[in-house]
Design a protein around this ligand. Structure first.
Ligand SMILES: [Fe+2]
Ligand SMILES: [Fe+2]
Length: 203
């Protein structure tokens, strides 16, 4: 069973080929604290991804400017999740990563400019899936503090998604980038359908 998309956005806007399965919300319900800890890691990882992209493609002025903004915003999200953990007396610790990121990165082509396109589009899909799931959490969680928290976060992830897709177009034609995005999004939907037994934001 797949969940219904919330009305504020549609899957097409996020270029996702599927909504999340109900199985994921059961993982959330049974492991809420671990999901929150993983969420902190995700924000930290999102800042790190943007930092790596900035170093790699520093001559691209638009990319450089956008990455500095995204790094700052993701670190702000990281601080917000850490504060939430602290307030709830949940210890932050290193978690074994789920399989989602590795499976997506395996799809990244090795030669430039394809590599740049793929890295940016994979980052875009990460943001899109986070956005979709934050809306699901907002609507699903009974805890009003958490529900409000996720309601306040999803828009920035949708914006990051759009930024990464636009930046990918610095390295290929709009048609070539869209075609690749469709292919990667189809693969992403398969990764989500296969799932991961570890409870994670992207499992
Ligand atoms: Fe974020
Ligand atoms: Fe983001």
């Amino acid at each position: 069973m797949f969940l219904t998309a919330a009305p504020e956005y549609h899957l097409g806007m996020l270029h996702l080929h599927s909504t999340s399965p109900e199985r994921w919300l059961s993982q959330v319900d049974q492991n809420l604290n671990v999901i929150l800890i993983d969420h902190a890691h995700c924000e930290q990882k999102a800042a790190s991804t943007a930092m790596h992209l900035m170093f790699e493609y520093v001559e691209n002025e638009e990319l450089r400017d956008e990455m500095t903004e995204i790094i700052a915003e993701e670190l702000e999200h990281f601080h917000m999740v850490l504060a939430l953990l602290k307030q709830r007396n949940i210890r932050f610790y290193k978690l074994k990563p789920g399989t989602y990121g590795r499976k997506l990165m395996e799809l990244c082509r090795r030669q430039e400019p394809h590599k740049a396109i793929d890295r940016l589009l994979i980052a875009a899909l990460f943001e899109a899936r986070s956005c979709e799931r934050f809306v699901l959490l907002r609507d699903h969680l009974q805890d009003s503090q958490l529900s409000d928290f996720y309601g306040s976060l999803y828009e920035s992830e949708a914006r990051h998604h759009a930024t990464y897709v636009r930046l990918a177009q610095s390295y290929g034609s709009v048609d070539a980038v869209n075609c690749r995005l469709e292919g990667l999004a189809a693969a992403e939907a398969t990764v989500v359908a296969d799932g991961c037994e570890l409870p994670r934001v992207h499992s």
